[in-house]
Design a protein around this ligand. Structure first.
Ligand code: ATP
Ligand code: MG
Length: 589
């Protein structure tokens, strides 16, 4: 399997239907460059922080390429941090899958961390806030809390428990930690401003009680930190310089800064002694949160909850179903890491929300595969073509270049005999206007062989065509002076005697609507599942295609790009998935 080299693929984009944003100049990289120039930072540290409650999807590719890409370009580093603060939803299978997918996309992390590595830090930080009079234990129920919170136009009201003394709060919070109270009966809230115009600052909860086993810490904790608190402190713990996140967190930034500033890990080493004791590097610093727009793609679902629903309800064949826009689904489908990175590079980074046409992704993948996939011949809907002026047992071995534009791909042997399979649609008894392939008494070039003339059309009793009897012009054989003789069409073929029959899975877009989760048409997103998105058929392959390693990718000439299925393909029982057709067939529909 070829080694993926991300650096090599960072060449400028060329497709004319996408506007390439210069990666050198996106606003995040501009900030990073300025921070290095001014001496604010001497090294850049980023992180990619997925929650291990599902597998990564195409949207995550943007955050991965941005965080790891910046670290690589500016000689810094990027951590992979599993944001595991939601016990019950997270599991080690997803942790392993996320690691595999990040590596597949072409990146590696400086350190692998878990938010749960800092549970003791979060707890001590919360105790400090309580001691400083900046946090209190609240007994309001979740519904009451919502009621007290106010709205966008009305200020919130203080909880009756907001005036609890520091001593009482300390006692109650320690007892929450000791597991004395039932789930959701109390929360710890930051004491900020119930009248703030920013609802996130109206005394947000920072700890809740939840007695559920955790994927990393088991039953050690009956309380868990809330996302904003844990995320800000995790970034600070790791000395992250630029905390890059999607736009919906813009309104959370004041809270992020509040947590970092009021806990002040850098100034209080006793809060993170546990991390040092665990042998982890700790250089707390103040991170800066910067927001960018999400990647939204038409015909895709980028919510882990909905992707999980597809899997759990058996609507697809698992997280790596080639119809899924998870990274592992795209991988199994045959999409390339370089193709995905090319898409992200071309789209650039901005604060503009938009929906990207799925065809752009397919074009990036085609562009990469055109350059990297060796060519092979396969026939999906076979019609027998017999060459009557060759002996019935005629056999020869032809040499075909593996790539029309790149000699370094070398050549291969292709067996040829007097009977070949051609695509049924490459013959027309009554040709439509402009048909350039084989017709009765017409001629066509058999790719790499020579020109054949259709002398006879054989039909069965039902009137269906079962065989074409043709003659091969001996002067037109490849390599002879007559090989240049002009005919209108060239078609591909596979020697019938040597063909290997494969299972061929023709995949298409999983949804039949560009915005499947736009429910304004009265249909739920599930009802937009495209029943035609998976069709299983057979293919007749030249031997060099059947012999592929799992996950090897080819262009089957004139048909599209295909990949040997990484799970089920075996050379003696080949299984190929269609990655993408040679041309976009959707924009016409
Ligand atoms: P979900 O809500 O489906 O679970 P999420 O956004 O919460 O998705 P996380 O695992 O928390 O998923 O995300 C990890 C990182 O990836 C976050 O920094 C998040 O901003 C980023 N990310 C997630 N989806 C996208 C997207 N569509 N485009 C860009 N970045 C994304
Ligand atoms: Mg999340």
């Amino acid at each position: 399997m070829p080694i993926e080299n991300p650096a090599a693929e960072n060449a400028p984009g060329t497709a004319d239907n996408v506007q390439r944003t210069d990666v050198q100049r996106d606003f995040v990289r501009q900030i990073v460059r300025e921070d290095l120039a001014s001496g604010k930072h001497v090294a850049i540290r980023t992180r990619f922080p997925p929650e291990p409650n599902g597998y990564l999807h195409i949207g995550h590719a943007k955050a991965i390429c941005l965080n790891f890409g910046i670290a690589r370009e500016f000689g810094g580093w990027c951590n992979l941090r599993l944001d595991d603060t939601n016990p019950g939803k997270e599991n080690p299978e997803f942790v392993a899958g996320i690691k595999e997918d990040v590596r597949w996309l072409g990146f590696d992390w400086h350190e692998l961390r878990h938010a749960s590595d800092y549970f003791e830090v979060f707890y001590r930080a919360a105790l400090k806030l309580v001691e400083d009079g900046k946090a209190y234990v609240d007994d309001l129920t979740p519904e009451q809390m919502r009621e007290y919170r106010g709205t966008l136009t009305e200020p919130g009201r203080p909880s009756p428990y907001r005036k609890r003394s520091i001593e009482e709060n300390l006692d109650l919070f320690k007892r929450m930690r000791a597991g004395e109270f039932p789930d959701a009966s109390k929360t710890l809230r930051a004491k900020i401003d119930m009248a703030s115009g920013n609802i996130n600052l109206r005394d947000p909860a920072i700890y809740r009680i939840r007695k559920v086993a955790h994927q990393n810490t088991g039953d050690a904790w009956p309380i868990y930190p809330m996302y904003d608190f844990a995320h800000a402190l995790s970034d600070a713990m790791e000395g992250i310089t630029h905390s890059l996140c999607t736009l919906e967190f813009e309104d959370h930034r004041p809270l992020y800064d509040w947590c970092v500033d009021n806990v002040d890990l850098a100034g209080h080493p006793q809060l993170w002694q546990s991390v040092v004791d665990a042998g982890l590097e700790a250089k707390p610093a103040k991170p800066r949160q910067i927001e960018f727009s999400r990647l939204n793609l038409s015909y895709c679902i980028t919510s882990k909850r909905k992707l999980a629903q597809l899997v759990n309800e058996g609507l697809v064949d698992g997280w790596d179903d080639p119809r899924m826009n998870t990274l592992r689904g795209l991988r199994r489908r045959g999409f390339t890491p370089a193709g995905l990175r090319l898409l992200i590079e071309r789209l650039g980074i901005s604060k503009q929300n938009s929906v990207i046409d799925y065809a752009l992704l397919e074009n990036c993948v085609r562009e990469d595969l055109d350059a990297t996939a060796p060519r092979r011949m396969a026939v999906l809907d076979p019609l027998k073509l017999t060459i009557t002026n060759l002996p019935g047992n005629h056999e020869e071995t032809l040499r075909f270049a593996n790539h029309p534009k790149d000699e370094s791909f070398g050549a291969r042997e292709v067996p040829f005999g007097s009977t070949v399979w051609i695509e049924r649609e490459d013959f027309a008894e009554v040709p439509p206007k402009g048909f350039k392939r084989l017709v009765p008494d017409g001629e066509v070039r058999l790719r790499g062989v020579g020109i054949v003339k259709c002398e006879e059309v054989v039909k069965d009793a039902a009137g269906d065509i079962i065989e074409l009897r043709c003659t091969l012009d001996p002067e037109s054989r490849a390599g002879l002076p007559g090989a240049d003789r002009k005919v209108k069409g060239t078609i591909h073929w596979v020697s019938a005697r040597h063909a290997v029959v494969a299972e061929v899975r023709l995949y298409d877009r999983l949804f039949d609507a560009a915005a499947p989760d736009d429910e304004s048409d009265g249909k739920s997103w599930i009802e937009h599942i495209n029943p035609e998105a998976k069709r299983i058929g057979r293919g007749w392959l030249e031997p060099a295609a059947a012999a592929a390693e799992p996950e090897q990718r080819f262009q089957f000439e004139r048909l599209g790009y295909f990949v040997a299925d990484r799970v089920e393909h075996r050379p003696d029982a080949p299984v190929f998935n269609r990655t993408v057709t040679l041309r976009d067939t959707w924009s016409k529909r």
